[in-house]
Write a protein that binds this ligand. Structure first.
Ligand SMILES: [Zn+2]
Length: 328
């Protein structure tokens, strides 16, 4: 089963589409071509990684482009055998005097809905506040997410450079707005910063899920707390390798999460940049990190439980999982 709970819209722009969108917007092609402009050559650090993701930003300058990128993102996940895709997206980056955040978000939702209808694969949009934006901007994104809660938007997140902007206090009010609207809450934390950042994201912002959380295992106290509190960690092994959060794939903390009883789910983060989609990440779990069929089944079950899905969609996925594994 392929339930993708951590994937960025900005990390799913097809290079061919990038080229067409650039032409339509009158943008010059990068000298190295779009494929090389978007893809990482190899492991670096979080800042380099985010720069590659940001190479796609100029392509989001028109609503039709956003709609197309979102539609193709869902189509690609469905074509790869996906069962559900939660896409996250930072709309504030793509707002200007011609487009407000609500229009930007609605364009993404339109594209996703189109593709979900045509492929039969459900999808949901998670709006991301960004660490380098001010509180007023992030609050505004939370309000837009709240207005569209249940209307294509399913969750709220905090993304961006944790090394440069480690404090979480500035985002409290945004998360409070999103929480009041009943949105699912997740937060990139302990990806570049230490373990305590994950605990703070849960206790200060109310996050139910932690994006990456690779450094949680560095602190046994926080690791035990995460297991006891039922925190769900969204693991993205190849992404962690490329951001430098881990030195090699075999060093990914996923087995330590599993052994400590921390609930984990899987994501591919920015598959165009890393060249690794969700099916690949699942293979990494099995072939590099020693995931057994039982452990995979537990991951699938947690993924369905922790996804920001409607009740009917959740039931459908549970039925599918039961049919796949031959047990209720
Ligand atoms: Zn991410």
């Amino acid at each position: 089963m392929l339930v993708d709970l951590h994937s960025h819209l900005e990390g799913r722009v097809r290079p061919d589409t990038a080229s067409e969108l650039a032409r339509a917007a009158g943008l010059p092609d990068p000298p190295e071509g779009w494929d090389a402009a978007l893809r990482l050559d190899g492991p670096g650090d979080l800042t380099v990684y985010l720069q590659k993701v940001a190479a796609s930003y100029p392509l989001f300058a028109r609503l039709e482009a956003i709609e197309r990128i979102a539609r193709e993102a869902v189509e690609d996940a469905a074509a790869a055998g996906g069962d559900y895709l939660e896409l996250r997206f930072g709309p504030a980056t793509h707002v200007d005097r011609d487009r407000d955040a609500r229009e930007v978000v609605r364009a993404a939702v339109r594209g996703m809905r189109d593709a979900s209808r045509s492929t039969g694969m459900p999808s949901g949009l998670v709006i991301a506040a960004l660490r380098h934006h001010d509180a007023a901007t992030n609050d505004e994104m939370a309000r837009v997410a709240a207005q569209l809660a249940g209307d294509g938007v399913v969750g709220f997140d905090l993304a961006g450079d944790e090394l440069l902007f480690p404090r979480l206090e500035p985002y409290r009010s945004s998360f409070a707005i999103a929480r009041a609207a009943g949105l699912g809450l997740t937060c990139h934390a302990a990806e570049a910063a230490g373990a305590r950042a994950a605990r703070q994201a849960v206790e200060l912002l109310g996050a139910a899920r932690i994006g990456h959380g690779a450094h949680i295992v560095d602190d046994p106290e926080v690791l035990t707390w995460a297991a006891d509190a039922g925190v769900v960690v969204e693991i993205c092994p190849t992404s962690n390798r490329y951001t430098g959060a881990i030195a090699e794939l075999a060093a990914h903390p996923a087995p330590r999460f599993r052994d400590a009883g921390v609930r984990t789910v899987l994501g591919d983060d920015n598959p165009v940049q890393t060249g690794a989609d969700l099916a690949h990440e699942r293979t990494v779990l099995v072939e590099v990190l020693g995931w057994t069929p039982d452990a995979l089944r537990a991951l699938d079950r947690t993924s369905i439980d922790a996804a920001f899905l409607s009740d009917s969609e959740r039931r459908e996925l549970l039925d599918r999982l039961a049919a796949e594994t031959g047990s209720p």
